[in-house]
Write a protein that binds this ligand. Structure first.
Ligand code: HEM
Length: 302
């Protein structure tokens, strides 16, 4: 106890703060409890259904769970990107964590796939248009922490981008296809809303991450360990193939009725757009062979 008091004295004297004031504050403050620490009341106040359909609550909570898992992904990526030295063991550990979060996202998707009443979902979702999961910016910011923007530009449009210009390149990014008619340049309300809110932030993220993202870090490592290579390929696959396919199967479950495609809330050509083989989003192209890249989205890895 004496040692502890001595340490506290030293710490607060070094900070230029009276240790007695700190100790008195400690005496006065209430002991911590679970609900305040976790911010439980705030958390439980964040679900605001737009309709009276009971399953809308599931839809909201599950999207919020996804956002929190993506916050964990982003938290790990930041640490890799901000590390001052390259440590392959540390990167493999962090990417392994990311893969566990993504596996949770993927394996829990049954909550959406089979977990809502089909008729109720197809009724309450009408009240949500033009909002769409497409507008979840966390996915876009994470992509830019993982790879250079050029890898997110549609493959057939890459050659025209010989120098890095985030604003110009984002006009040709794969996700424009969810809401832009490339012949007329006309954009859907879903896409316009999204860009008005987030485009400046996405441009800033692309500029900050250029040359610093995970793909750049990894491509500078000459003797990539098998462990790190395995975790990176797994990450590329879960993020860009496995989860997108689980998501697409769910969209098909709800949005195909009697063999007919139903309009989505965001009004995209979703069945074509959402397939990984159409998007060709690959974070670490150097870790895949030509056949795998061609067949992207159509093969499984173990
Ligand atoms: C019943 C459940 C779901 C259905 C039927 C569904 C359907 C769709 C559709 C049709 C699109 C294409 C854009 C549009 O036209 O609206 C889309 C995009 C998207 N959704 Fe969902 N979605 C569901 C759940 C989720 C969940 C839980 C998330 C997690 C946040 C999510 C995230 C996304 C993302 C990120 C995109 C854009 C994908 C990309 O650009 O590659 N969706 N969704």
């Amino acid at each position: 106890m004496d040692d502890l008091i001595k340490d506290i004295n030293e710490k607060y004297n070094a900070l230029g703060h009276d240790p007695n004031v700190f100790l008195k504050g400690l005496l006065l403050s209430k002991p911590l409890n679970y609900w305040d620490y976790i911010q439980l009341d705030t958390l439980m106040s964040l679900q605001k259904p737009k309709t009276d359909f009971k399953d809308e609550y599931i839809f909201i909570v599950y999207h919020q769970i996804t956002e929190l898992l993506l916050a964990l992904v982003s938290h790990e990526l930041k640490q890799v990107i901000e590390a001052t030295a390259i440590d392959q063991g540390m990167i493999a550990e962090k990417v392994g964590r990311i893969n566990r979060y993504m596996q949770v996202m993927d394996s829990s998707f049954g909550v959406m796939f089979r977990g809502m009443n089909w008729d109720d979902y197809n009724t309450f979702r009408i009240a949500l248009a033009p909002a769409s999961g497409f507008q979840a910016v966390s996915f876009r910011l994470i992509e830019l922490m993982c790879t250079d923007l050029i890898n997110l530009v549609k493959p057939d449009l890459r050659a025209s981008h010989t120098t890095f210009n985030a604003t110009e390149m984002l006009k040709d990014v794969y996700w424009q296809d969810a809401g832009m008619d490339r012949k007329t340049g006309k954009k859907s309300l879903m896409l316009r809303q999204f860009e008005e809110k987030y485009l400046a932030q996405i441009v800033a993220q692309a500029e900050t991450m250029q040359g610093k993202n995970l793909q750049c870090i990894v491509q500078n490592i000459t003797d990539l360990t098998d462990e790190l290579k395995h975790e990176l390929r797994k990450m590329d696959y879960i993020f860009n193939v496995q989860w997108p396919l689980s998501h697409l199967r769910t969209a098909e479950h709800y949005l195909i009725s009697k063999g007919q495609k139903i309009n989505s809330t965001g009004m995209s050509d979703w069945q074509k757009y959402l397939h990984p083989n159409y998007q060709r989003r690959v974070f670490f192209p150097a870790l895949w062979n030509a056949d795998e890249l061609n067949d992207w989205g159509n093969f499984e890895i173990v």
